[in-house]
Ligand binder design. Structure first.
Ligand code: DO4
Ligand code: MG
Length: 298
C-alpha cells in the first residue's frame, strides 16, 4: 500500500493506493496523522487503513491523472553519502581531477564505522512529482542522484519508503569537499515522491531495483539500474547516526545514497527530464530547468 498527496480544489488531499491501484481518499491531511491515529487504536497504519477503507470515498481518477504533491512535507531532508561502491568511485574520480581507480578519503568514509550524513533540504526547498528541478548557475557538471528515501517518525522508526533525487554538482564537490553544502543544496535541488510505500508492506527493502532514465529532446540519453542489495550499510545503522544527539522531526526523510552515476562526461542540461523508478514505489519524474527565479522561494 502506498500513500499519495494530491491537489483537489486547490487543497491537499491524502489518499491510499491499494496494490491493485485503487485510490481511496483518506480523511487526514498527512501520513503522520494516520500513523498517530492508528497507534492510538493499537493498529498499524496498514491495518487501520484497511479497516476503514470501505468507508472511504474512492477517487474516480487514475494515478496519472492526479496532480500529485510531495507525499509528505518533510521538515528536513538528510542524505547519506558514499554508501555504494559506485558513488565511492565517482567521488574519487571527481576529487582527483579525473583519475580512474584513484584512492582518497572517500575510501576511508566508505569503510569507516561512521557514515557520511549531510543536510540536504528543507520543506520549502523540496519539490514533488513533475515539478521543475533547478540547475545551479555556477556549476558545469551536474547530475541527478537517484536514491531510496526513508520516511521517519521522530524516534527514527522507518514509516515508509519514497524516492528522492539528490541533485549534485560534481565540479563543486570535486574542487574541495568543504564545498559539499554548496554542491548539494540550492533552491529546488531535491525532489521526493511520487508516493510513500508503507514500510510494513515492503518484504525486503534490500531487494529493490532503482532505475534512472534521463531524456533529452524526448530521446533517452542515459539509463542505469542498480539494486539496494548493493548498499554497504543497513538502513537502521544510517538512522541511528542521524539520531545521535540530534532532534529528528517526524516526517524527516533520510536519503540512503546513490548507486547510479551517469558517465563522467555527462552533465544535465536545460529541459532534460529525469525519471527515477523504484520497484513498488513508482516513478519520480522531474523536468530540469537552468534558470533559477530571481526571487527566493520555491
Ligand atoms: O560525498 C558526497 C555525497 C555523496 C552522495 O551524495 C551519495 O553517495 O549519494
Ligand atoms: Mg547522494
Amino acid at each position: 500500500m502506498r500513500i499519495i498527496r494530491f491537489k483537489q480544489k486547490n487543497e491537499a488531499a491524502l489518499a491510499a493506493v491499494t496494490d491493485d491501484d485503487k485510490i481511496y481518499q483518506l480523511p487526514y491531511t498527512s501520513l503522520l496523522e494516520v500513523v498517530e491515529v492508528a497507534k492510538e487504536k493499537g493498529l498499524t497504519p496498514v491495518s487501520f487503513i484497511n479497516e476503514h477503507i470501505q468507508e472511504q470515498v474512492p477517487v474516480d481518477k487514475k494515478l496519472e491523472e492526479l496532480q500529485l504533491l510531495v507525499p509528505i512535507e518533510a521538515p528536513e531532508v538528510w542524505a547519506s553519502g558514499v554508501t555504494y561502491q559506485k558513488s565511492k568511485e565517482a567521488r574519487n574520480y571527481e576529487a582527483t581531477g579525473g583519475k580512474l581507480d584513484a584512492t582518497t578519503f572517500y575510501d576511508k568514509v566508505y569503510d569507516a564505522e561512521r557514515p557520511e550524513i549531510f543536510f540536504k533540504s528543507t520543506k520549502e526547498r523540496t519539490i514533488g512529482q513533475n515539478d521543475d528541478l533547478f540547475l545551479r548557475s555556477d556549476s558545469n557538471w551536474q547530475i541527478p542522484e537517484p536514491e531510496l528515501g526513508l520516511v521517519l517518525a521522530s524516534d527514527g522508526e522507518i514509516i515508509g519508503y519514497t524516492i528522492g533525487n539528490d541533485m549534485s554538482c560534481r565540479d563543486i564537490e570535486g574542487e574541495n569537499p568543504l564545498y559539499l553544502p554548496q554542491a548539494k543544496l540550492w533552491t529546488r535541488s531535491c525532489s521526493i515522491g511520487p508516493a510513500i510505500r508503507l514500510a510494513e508492506t515492503v518484504e525486503n527493502a534490500y531487494d529493490l531495483t532503482i532505475t534512472c532514465r534521463i531524456y533529452r529532446n524526448d530521446k533517452l540519453e542515459f539509463e542505469g539500474s542498480a539494486s539496494t542489495g548493493q548498499l554497504k550499510r543497513k538502513y537502521d545503522e544510517l538512522v541511528s547516526f542521524l539520531l545521535r544527539d540530534n532532534t529528528v522531526f517526524a516526517g524527516t526523510v533520510l536519503l540512503t545514497g546513490t548507486c547510479i552515476v551517469p558517465p563522467n562526461e555527462f552533465t544535465l542540461a536545460d529541459n532534460d527530464c529525469v525519471d527515477i523508478e523504484i520497484s513498488g514505489i513508482g516513478v519520480l519524474s522531474n523536468p530540469i530547468k537552468s534558470q533559477a527565479p530571481v526571487k527566493s522561494g520555491v
